[in-house]
Design a protein around this ligand. Structure first.
Ligand code: HEM
Length: 403
């Protein structure tokens, strides 16, 4: 299925950051859905023809798909040849990726203060700064240090040319196509080389990086091109999604400096509620059925919008407000879907939250964070990326502060 939104449209900015009331510019897909949204009828047929789903129960039924209500499951393993599978391989890859990330985060946690100082201390432009910080921290997980230097260079180029918000718009279509072919071929060669090693009995033991994770999780017959695509899903999930989520957390903190300090994990959760990076899911009904009071058929295209689920006024008090303290109480999990829902829930959710919480805690503990933002809305593409903003850090002097 084609994505509902393509590119990380720099040109498609919504107007305001706070509340979707101001997002109603017809040319941007998020603004269009938000303008149509009516909490009394939260599954509806949009003017575009899509059946939009903002009702939490219906969203969970579609994303969890326990009763096979839609033909697709998770987007993560979708490749141009269909769905990468079998399910057992998907589960094993998810498990091993989580274990690798978890080990890396544990072993390199002490490096974070230095990394933050190096990347951000002299002023930074976001959201790119967040993506590049995450890339620097997770680089060895993505590609082990012993991999060919030329491939490391390709990885850097993929980040700057395809992962950063609006990166695609910085290059012509021809240049993008050429680069995509080159990058794909380089990764394909590496996959083929590692498959060759495994074929000659040269197992690598513990996975050295996420490419090993993908290779080890599937059988020898797996198509190299599919493995490259799954690997790229990991690159977008780590450097892209975690980087954007970090950007949102810093932006909401910086633009609500008047609020009393809140627990860091609440800040991150609240940032992901207001700005779920994975905000729109395309699905197809498997049969004629009722969904949230609407009749849908396999000819329909469903668009589950977690952005609207997270701001549904019947389920959230002051849904457009940044209130980290709301997480002090038992918050209904079923209305909070930043990492999806059901069997295909994000395999990296826990490690992601750990890294984000560590980074935001570090930033607010050691630094005075000053954000400059011109009020632009999100950069809307397949991921919901923060607008451009700048951050100035000044170091807090803990020794003098204590008294
Ligand atoms: C802020 C960061 C992230 C966000 C917002 C995010 C979001 C999501 C969402 C919404 C899904 C479900 C997709 C669907 O149902 O179509 C998903 C699936 C998945 N994510 Fe993440 N993700 C993030 C980071 C990561 C990381 C760091 C990893 C790996 C280490 C990861 C690995 C996966 C995998 C393997 C799946 C597929 C699970 C399955 O189908 O069994 N994600 N993610």
């Amino acid at each position: 299925m084609e994505p509902l939104v393509t590119g990380t449209g720099d040109g498609e900015r919504a107007r305001t950051l706070h509340g979707h009331a101001g997002l109603g510019r017809p040319s941007d897909p998020l603004g269009r859905l938000a303008a149509e949204f009516d909490d009394a009828q939260d599954v509806w047929r949009s003017a575009t023809g899509l059946v939009c789903v903002a009702n939490p129960d219906a969203a969970r039924a579609v994303m969890g798909n326990r009763h096979a209500v839609v033909t697709e499951t998770s987007d993560f393993y979708r490749t141009r040849h269909g769905v990468f599978g079998p399910r057992g391989a998907q589960i094993e890859i998810g498990r091993a990726s989580r274990a690798l990330m978890s080990r890396h985060l544990h072993e390199h946690r002490s490096r974070l203060p230095q990394l933050v100082a190096h990347h951000l201390a002299s002023g930074s432009v976001w959201p790119d700064a967040g993506n590049l910080l995450v890339f620097a921290h997770l680089r060895d997980v993505l590609l082990h240090p012993g991999a060919p230097p030329a491939l490391h260079e390709v990885l850097e180029h993929i980040v700057t040319r395809a992962v950063l918000a609006g990166a695609r718009q910085r290059h012509t279509a021809v240049s993008r196509l050429r680069f995509r072919r080159r990058a794909f071929a380089a990764l394909h060669d590496e996959v083929a080389a590692r498959q060759g090693e495994r074929g000659r009995g040269g197992g690598v033991g513990e996975p050295r990086d996420l490419l090993d994770v993908v290779l080890d999780g599937c059988g020898p017959a797996a198509r190299a091109a599919d493995l490259v695509e799954v690997y790229l899903s990991f690159l977008f999930a780590t450097v892209g999604s975690i980087g954007f989520a970090l950007g949102w957390s810093v932006l909401v903190l910086g633009t609500h400096a008047e609020q009393p300090p809140a627990r860091t994990d609440w800040v991150v959760r609240e940032a992901l509620r207001l700005w779920p990076v994975a905000w729109l899911f395309a699905r197809t009904p498997s049969r004629e059925q009722e969904l949230g009071g609407m009749r849908v058929t396999p000819k329909d295209r469903l668009a589950v919008c977690t952005y609207l689920v997270h701001r549904h006024p019947a389920h959230w008090e002051k849904p457009d407000a940044f209130i980290p303290q709301r997480w002090a109480d038992a918050v209904p999990d079923g209305e909070y879907l930043p990492f999806g829902y059901g069997p295909h829930t994000c395999a990296g959710a826990v490690v992601t939250m750990r890294l984000l919480t560590d980074l935001v805690a570090l930033l607010t503990r050691d630094w005075q964070v000053s954000v400059t933002h011109d009020g632009a809305g999100p950069q809307i593409g397949p991921a919901l990326a923060p607008p451009r903003f700048t951050v100035a850090l000044s170091r807090r002097d803990h020794d003098l502060g204590g008294g």
